[in-house]
Design a protein around this ligand. Structure first.
Ligand code: SF4
Length: 490
């Protein structure tokens, strides 16, 4: 379930669409498939299109994946036969390649005698160039993750046997990883090894945990908590962790001059769970402080502060605390909303908001309310919420956003559509205020956003707010980049 109560991003036009969730466990004697299920369930908010896992018993790697939520794909019947000591798992939201079964992960390849599986969170920015370099015909690979698996497979020795010394996958990665650009947190496995990799900018999170008799890799720390693993540390940008029967070791396959930490700042604003820890900080506390600083930066006279459930709630509490205006609940989220259709018209998309959020009339009637939310992408949801609040009698509506205006598309694994679709790219704050129909509108400054995170010296990507991309940005990037490839060979 994503934080706004949706199980798909389809009707939520107003927030960045989540990236993907990855998980891996090396646990001899442990029910690794069930642990992976629990880990993926804790990461469900990061992607709801498809889910899958690969399990190794030391000889065979078995993959189960399908479209839908983790609970749609796995049940006792599907988990029971998945026996082994090692597994990886994935929940997907597509940012390169379409939302189809073929693109569900883990991706599997069997070069020579050995097989390996890969799960990817992030988005490569040189997909087309890599595919062209490799001379791939259109249709050969369906996603950037598929392309990476293909490149890795091509680096295996012709008759290699990854089980002999366990180094074929690792050696192939050392050759392929430096060629990749953009965002990637990978989990990979062969029959006997679990590997985690974070790109040199560390756009997407990845952490290492310890079980009594094993090790865990996960996009976010709650996936460790849920299976009783202890947090060891975040994987460093540019680091590769290899886990096997001897424990874990750290490798650094990227040139040092490429390592430049740039964690996605939206992980803290919206994407990550509030109980996640990033850069050593609990996300919930950071969101509260965003609200506190927003109250200092953009005060307003009002009777009640309310948050848009759920990621706006901690910030609303912070705004209320710092401003002295009472916090109150103004919207109730439908907890049971299921997969919905893609609303074909703007009016239907606006109505779709009513399916997930309803106003608490008595709390709102006659009041001047401050509505705190994390971001505005297209504005559809916020506009519908404002209309809803006015209909039930709010006398004034003031919107406060815990991030600066979202003006630039993301190429690093968060889907926000094109620049033309971003409200703040095409309207001034005053125009957005009019469009939403609010009495006032204010955004948290980038400086205050970084202050709220309280991780001095930590590097962040904020390209969607500033237009300053940490890597060369593929300005013409689309999800269908691979279909658009021109044939490279006759
Ligand atoms: S561009 Fe924005 S959403 Fe994308 S990684 Fe950077 S901060 Fe995150």
């Amino acid at each position: 379930m994503c934080e706004h109560g949706l199980v798909t991003g389809e009707i939520d036009d107003d927030h960045p669409k989540e990236a993907c969730g990855v998980f891996g466990v090396y646990g001899p004697g442990m029910p690794v498939a069930h642990l992976t299920f629990d880990g993926l369930y804790a990461l469900q908010h990061r992607g709801q299109e498809s889910a899958g896992m690969a399990v190794s018993d030391g000889d065979t790697i078995t993959i189960v994946k399908d479209m839908g939520l983790v609970t749609n794909v796995f049940d006792d019947r599907t988990l029971a036969p998945l026996k082994g000591h090692l597994a990886i798992g994935h929940t997907r939201y597509s940012t390169t390649g379409s939302s189809t079964w073929r693109n569900a992960q883990p991706v599997y390849r069997e070069p020579g005698e050995s097989g390996f599986a890969l799960g990817h969170n992030g988005n490569l920015t040189n997909t087309a160039a890599l595919a062209a370099e490799a001379g791939m015909l259109p249709g050969t690979v369906a996603s950037d993750s598929d392309l990476v698996a293909e490149l890795i497979a091509a680096c295996f020795p012709p008759d290699g046997d990854g089980r002999s010394d366990g180094r074929d996958l690792e050696r192939a990665l050392v050759q392929v990883l430096p060629r990749l650009e953009g965002a990637f947190s990978f989990v990979l496995m062969d029959a006997g090894h679990l590997i985690g990799v974070r790109d040199p900018n560390g756009f997407r999170p990845l952490c290492l945990g310890k079980l009594d008799s094993g090790w865990v890799l996960a996009s976010e720390t709650p996936a460790l908590d849920v299976i009783g693993a202890h947090f060891v540390r975040e994987i460093d940008p540019g680091e590769m962790i290899v886990i096997d029967a001897t424990g874990w070791r750290s490798e650094h396959p990227f040139p040092q001059n490429r390592v430049n930490p740039k964690l996605c700042i939206f992980e803290l604003v919206y994407i990550a769970r509030p109980d996640s820890h990033l850069y050593g900080k609990e996300v919930h506390g950071a969101r509260r402080r965003m609200g506190e600083l927003l109250a200092e930066q953009a005060p307003v006279e009002a009777d009640m502060v309310m948050g848009v459930p759920e990621s706006g709630v901690p910030a609303a509490e912070g705004y209320a605390k710092r401003s002295g205006i009472p916090y109150g609940q103004g919207l109730v989220k439908n907890r049971y909303i299921g997969r919905t259709f893609i609303a074909p018209t703007q009016e239907m998309r606006s109505r779709a908001v009513n399916r997930k959020l309803n106003p608490l009339r008595e709390n709102i009637r006659g009041k001047r309310v401050v509505v705190v939310d994390d971001s505005i992408v297209r504005g559809t949801t916020q506009r519908a919420i404002v209309r809803m609040l006015r209909e039930v009698g709010a006398s004034e509506v003031h919107v406060r956003i815990t991030s600066p205006p979202y003006k630039w598309p993301c190429f690093y694994g968060v889907d926000t559509g094109t620049r033309a679709e971003l409200l703040a790219a095409n309207m001034s704050v005053g125009e957005i205020q009019d469009y939403l129909g609010v009495d006032s509108l204010a955004y948290l400054s980038l400086e205050n956003l970084e202050r709220a995170i309280e991780a001095p010296g930590a590097g962040f990507c904020s390209a969607c707010l500033t237009g300053e991309y940490p890597t060369a940005a593929p300005v013409n990037f689309t999800k269908g980049v691979l279909e658009e490839l021109k044939p490279q060979r006759a």
